[in-house]
Design a protein around this ligand. Structure first.
Ligand SMILES: Nc1ncnc2c1ncn2[C@@H]1O[C@H](COP(=O)(O)OP(=O)(O)O)[C@@H](O)[C@H]1O
Ligand SMILES: [Mg+2]
Length: 412
């Protein structure tokens, strides 16, 4: 292949599109994949959202294995049962035998072992598989709606914790007492094959996690529409992506109404005009690309091509639209420190305003609104300081939770 200025001969690029349901993730992912394929990149687009519509966007039926859609372009819609048996086979069999032992019938036991989240994790694991296969230059992911994806993306860390601490004990205990328990109460005990399968799975998850947090390979891109609720949710996930170290390089504002909307849509148009600059401000320095509200659905190759051009113009969708981690939170002794990278040096007075879970930072004419991570919501602000282009805001440890409602988990 010639003329590939961007990523030829390098490891595959992973582009993950996420956002609230209905904002246009699938359309943006499909259009992006097509644009990549048209540039000559060997591209695969896969959906990890159980509510599949990737095939609909292309107007073809996709299945659990990659299917060719266009030159250089393959597509895949994962299937829960397919993924579960592929990745969770031994574990699922064990869970099934436990459930049957508890008196559940065969079919129901089978259903029950598709634990929530497993199927989507199975779908995500395909990313690593396609990465390692060497078959593709670009992997475009149409990801599940924001909240889900976040939870799943942070799962490998939870899994690693489990692996390091619990698993060795579990293995030892079952080896010692397993045969006895099995004989006395009849409860099936997990064998080494189950533990091995678990270990293999967690290795895979860790590998996936490494790929998704590698800023050279992966870019997470947030799709939104200019509506209050959507923007709030996007800001929240944006915070979490940073906290968990998922490199985010682009925001796509979809369905922008044109100037010539009729009187009926005037109110929507004006709201969008208001929200536009706010979005730019709260996601800065991450750039915002805009896509117009088309006069028809974005379905089929010609429409998706048009959509891709409207979105990226001449720009290669695989470039890094932004590099860096504009903010992060770290624990320092008893305190938390939120660091905000500023591209320019400033010495002016810093004003911090808290409102519920939001923090507004104002320095001269520069302003940014951050949705705080859960761990910091109850934490009093102690002060802010500039050093080496980084604004550091200190928070006291949040007071312990009262009244039953669990304080959010600790985000590092
Ligand atoms: N910019 C746009 N202009 C017109 N229709 C759009 C646009 N973006 C998305 N759509 C349409 O809106 C619907 C929902 O989009 P979709 O990409 O499936 O959203 P999501 O995957 O976020 O749920 C689809 O019918 C799609 O064709
Ligand atoms: Mg979708």
């Amino acid at each position: 292949m010639t003329g590939l200025g961007g990523i030829a001969n390098r490891s595959p690029r992973i582009l993950v599109y996420t956002g609230k349901g209905g904002v246009g993730k699938t359309s943006v992912a499909a259009a992006t994949a097509l644009a990549c394929a048209q540039r000559g990149y060997r591209t695969i687009v896969l959906s990890t959202d159980i509510a599949h519509s990737l095939g609909d966007a292309f107007g073809i039926e996709l299945g659990p294995e990659p299917i060719q859609i266009a030159p250089n372009l393959h597509g895949q819609e994962s299937d829960a049962f397919y993924n579960v048996s592929r990745y969770w086979g031994r574990i699922q069999q064990y869970a099934g035998s436990l459930l049957r032992w508890r008196g559940l019938d065969e079919v129901l036991a089978e259903e029950m072992t598709v634990l929530p989240g497993m199927d989507e994790i199975g779908a995500l694991l395909w990313i690593a598989e396609h990465h390692d296969s060497g078959d593709y230059d670009v992997i475009v992911v149409d990801a599940a709606p924001t909240g889900e994806t976040l939870r799943l993306l942070s799962l490998p860390e939870a899994a690693k914790w489990w692996m390091d601490r619990i698993e060795p004990i579990g293995r030892r205990i079952t080896r010692l007492t397993g045969p006895l328990i099995q004989r006395v109460v009849g409860m099936p005990m997990p064998g080494d094959d189950v533990f091995n399968a678990g270990e293999e799975l967690f290795d895979k998850l860790e590998h996936l996690h490494d790929l998704l947090t590698d800023p050279d390979r992966t870019s997470i891109r947030v799709v939104l529409t200019l509506e209050h609720v959507v923007i709030k949710e996007a800001e929240r996930s944006f915070t979490y992506f940073h906290l968990y170290g998922y490199p985010t390089d682009l925001v796509v504002a979809n369905r922008i109404l044109p100037d010539e909307v009729g009187a009926y849509f005037r109110g929507w148009f004006e709201a969008q005009q208001r929200y536009g600059p706010l979005v730019e401000e709260s996601f800065a320095p991450i750039p915002v690309l805009k896509a117009p509200f088309f006069d028809r659905e974005v379905v089929g190759i010609p429409m998706l091509t048009e959509f891709g051009t409207a979105l990226y113009g001449e720009t290669d969708p695989t470039v890094h639209f932004y590099r860096g981690r504009p903010y992060s939170v770290a624990r320092e002794g008893e305190e938390f420190v939120l660091s905000v990278e500023l591209p320019f040096a400033m010495k002016e007075k810093i004003a911090l305003t808290r409102h519920a879970d939001e923090l507004s930072i104002e320095v001269g004419t520069w302003r940014r609104n951050l949705v705080l991570p859960r761990a910091l919501i109850g934490a009093p602000t102690l002060g802010a300081k500039f050093h080496d282009h980084v604004l550091r805001i200190r928070f006291a440890a949040p007071p312990p939770a009262t009244g039953g409602k669990a304080r959010g988990r600790q985000d590092n």
